[in-house]
Design a protein around this ligand. Structure first.
Ligand SMILES: [Zn+2]
Length: 379
């Protein structure tokens, strides 16, 4: 999806997190939106493509309550859509809804993204959330940390110098962090020419653009400082051998690798990764829905979101999950279809009532099942 660096920057910048709404408002509004589009009460089969994390249970309970049926499962770990389940989903309802979401934890006390407090652990541990995204991002964060700590900036006379560890200069590596040397250091006669060659590093003159982009104190006189956070996302890329097919074991990593420089340099890497994954999954899954024969001639609403899991506090069983819608695709079953960008789908949802007279009482429904006369299975 993200072909160039500038694409990534633009698209992530357009994803507005402040468009969030509580799940208890989002689901009834989504249900009412479906009805306003002609979806028939009692004939809608919702489906969710959520991560397997138990924190996603509360949104699933709310979908069940408002749509009156337990949702079909379209999701793989990390919030990837399993498109080979489209046919079965289409068979299970007349009108069809798919809700895809990546998720990210939020700690309201520290006001930070990326962890979620697990009240079923012995010490109510806060763990990295989404754990799957966290485990993918970790390797890249380590590579970035090495680069930040092994590139130095300094000044001798009028010359701003960049000293780079040799490991970062080996072009024949199969994987790792690869610098965009043309942006970082000065090129003469078509290539970067080192002004000094040390045993484990090379020193170059800074490119004029990079030199001017930093404050003067980033270039200490006759001294050197680690590049640190001045190693911005436009200065490097990652290469890694990723094995696995589309929707296979490494699908999530494929979604994240090109935008990874923006993820690892962000102050909220797991939030940015969830944004990127949601954007990539919407773009990919919507095309599989359009092509799916089983969905043709049916009403379909597909929406992609981020679920923000706010850790439960004392006495709470569930997270206070918020939904940030990103985009939607709607087809009317009679040949008409459209995609809705974030502002459009958020406005459309906000126009809907958060009251849903069709919602079911789950406790009541469970009690009814307990009281009903037992059916004996002959065997
Ligand atoms: Zn997860």
């Amino acid at each position: 999806m993200f072909a160039t660096s500038s694409d990534i920057q633009t698209v992530i910048g357009d994803f507005r997190i402040d468009s969030m709404m509580r799940y208890s408002q989002f689901v009834p509004r989504l249900y009412n939106l479906c009805k306003s589009l002609g979806f028939g009460a009692g004939n809608i089969m919702p489906s969710r493509a959520f991560c397997s994390d138990e924190s996603q249970g509360y949104p699933i309970i709310l979908i069940t309550k408002h749509f009156g049926t337990f949702p079909f499962n379209h999701g793989m770990v990390g919030g990837i859509v399993a498109s080979d389940r489209h046919g079965a989903h289409a068979d299970h309802g007349r009108d069809l809804v798919i809700i895809q979401a990546s998720h990210v934890g939020y700690d309201a006390d520290s006001k930070t993204f990326g962890t979620y407090r697990r009240i079923n652990t012995a010490d109510n541990d806060a763990t990295v959330t989404c754990g799957k995204i966290g485990s993918v991002v970790e390797w890249y964060q380590e590579e970035y940390r090495f680069a930040r700590n092994n590139i130095y900036l300094g000044r001798v006379g009028d010359h701003c110098l960049v000293t780079i560890d040799n490991q970062l200069l080996h072009e024949d590596r199969e994987q790792g962090l690869f610098l965009h040397l043309d942006r970082l250091v000065r090129h003469d006669n078509g290539g970067p020419l080192p002004v000094r060659v040390q045993s484990t590093s090379h020193t170059y003159q800074s490119s004029p653009e990079f030199m001017q982009s930093l404050p003067a104190d980033a270039w200490p006189d006759n001294d050197r400082l680690r590049i640190g956070h001045y190693l911005g996302p436009e200065l490097f890329e990652f290469r890694r051998t990723i094995e696995g097919d589309i929707e296979g074991r490494s699908h999530l990593e494929q979604n994240l690798i090109n935008p990874m420089p923006w993820i690892v340099t962000s102050t909220d890497p797991l939030l940015v990764a969830a944004q990127v994954n949601t954007q990539a999954e919407f773009d990919r899954a919507f095309r599989t829905i359009v092509r799916e024969k089983a969905y043709q001639g049916k009403r379909v609403l597909f929406i992609s979101c981020i679920n923000i899991d706010i850790s439960p506090r004392g006495g709470q069983l569930f997270p206070l999950t918020k939904c940030v819608p990103w985009a939607a695709y709607i087809q009317d079953g009679a040949g008409g279809s459209r995609t809705l960008e974030q502002d459009e789908i958020v406005n459309l949802l906000k126009q809907q009532s958060a009251e849903n007279p069709d919602q079911i009482d789950l406790e009541d429904a469970i009690q009814q099942m307990e009281k009903v006369k037992e059916i004996r299975i002959e065997c």
